[in-house]
Design a protein around this ligand. Structure first.
Ligand code: TPP
Length: 355
């Protein structure tokens, strides 16, 4: 039987007469706060990069915050996630502290990967954040492997695997999906379709535009989701997580989103491959503005509350910056630590290994 969900998922609109309750207000404020933290944090990342505090590659997530927030707000603490190099926002949304993320970006010892991973390689065992990966599509088979490990151990956790739409043209995508479907593994494959792989539009790279339909090859549950609408993301994730926990079957979700910045800091403004008119059109669907408008219409957000939240978040980000700057660089002697795991000794040096 086809496991098809053809229509785009949009958030269920509350009945006009249904007043907003406390639970709704609390949830929406939490979602708004998460997205705003990512936005303000990354605005400072751009600044830190420009003055040389952050080196190497740096890919901002600005514009895509509804995907991380809507997805990760629904996971349990013992679930897992794995992602690409565009990982700062997701690290924050998963609960890694702004201090640990900023220190990592600054290459300092208090960073979540000890300052050795940097922008593209956030990692945090405590929150089940299994990386930040730089090879496009390379982490999808790892996600399938984690799904296998969960099932083998008899757990009911899930793993969420985020990747860009360009990764679906990579062989690893197909191998990972096939095996996850064949063995019924609790993996949520989440395509963040922001329309461009560096400067190449999805239309120029993919034979089909409805990318979620690729899951048909593996008879896998699938859906397209409005990735700018955090509530739509949450409801799609709720359904997929429920299926993964009870039935241990995987899902492919295509979240239609857009990055407001360039691919990386090397084309920070917008890039030459898209028009300003296109960017302006997508800016009208800023995920933060959309939730804000929704809450104002529901009577659950005032201008004052929004301003206070913004002020508080800016202070948190400044604190993260100050903390990162005060943190030392890793010592030279630590250069070769955490490169290999010693599997030969009796005790086994498993420092840094995932258990
Ligand atoms: C296997 C591989 N090929 C090429 C690259 C170079 N590369 C880095 S990012 C990127 C574009 C990826 O786009 P997408 O997957 O859509 O993610 P986005 O950057 O839009 O988040 C490419 C081709 C790479 N890192 N890995």
């Amino acid at each position: 039987m086809a496991k098809r969900t053809p229509a785009a998922k949009t958030s269920p609109k509350p009945a006009a007469s249904a007043p907003a309750g406390d639970a709704e207000r609390t949830l929406h404020l939490t979602l708004l706060r998460s997205m705003l933290l990512q936005r303000r944090f990354e605005e400072r990342c751009a600044e830190a990069y420009a003055i040389g505090r952050i080196g190497g590659f740096c890919h901002l997530y600005i514009g895509q915050e509804a995907v991380s927030t809507g997805t990760l707000s629904h996971l349990r603490p013992d679930d897992y996630m794995i992602t690409t190099y565009r990982d700062h926002g997701q690290a924050l949304a998963r609960g890694i502290t702004p201090r640990a993320v900023m220190a990592e970006l600054f290459g300092r010892i208090d960073g979540c990967a000890g300052g050795k991973g940097g922008s593209m390689h956030m990692f945090d065992k405590a929150t089940g954040f299994l990386g930040g990966h730089g090879i496009v599509g390379g982490h999808l088979p790892i996600a399938t492997g984690v799904g296998f490990a969960i099932k083998y151990r008899g757990g009911d956790q899930v793993i969420c695997c985020f990747f860009g739409e360009a990764a679906v043209n990579n062989g690893a995508f197909h191998e990972a999906l096939n095996m996850a479907a064949l063995w019924k593994l609790p993996v949520l494959f989440i395509i963040e379709n922001n329309r461009y792989g560096m400067g190449t539009s999805v239309e120029r790279a993919s034979a089909i535009n409805d990318i979620y339909e690729r899951a048909a090859s593996y008879s896998m549950h699938r859906a397209m989701v409005d990735g700018q609408d955090v509530l739509a993301v949450r409801s799609a994730i709720e359904e997929a997580v429920g299926r993964a926990r009870t039935d241990q079957s995987p899902t492919l979700l295509e979240m239609r989103t857009y990055r407001f910045m360039g691919h990386s800091m090397s084309d920070a403004a917008s890039g030459t491959y898209r028009s300003k008119a296109e960017l302006d059109e997508y800016l009208k669907r800023d995920p933060i503005a959309l939730l804000r408008a929704h809450m104002e219409a529901r009577g659950t957000l005032t201008e004052q509350v929004m301003q206070d939240m913004d002020t508080e978040i800016k202070a948190i980000v400044q604190d993260a910056w100050d903390f990162a700057e005060a943190s030392p660089e890793p010592p030279l002697e630590a250069l070769m630590e955490h490169v290999y795991v010693d599997t030969t000794s009796d005790t086994g040096n498993t420092a840094g290994a995932w258990s």
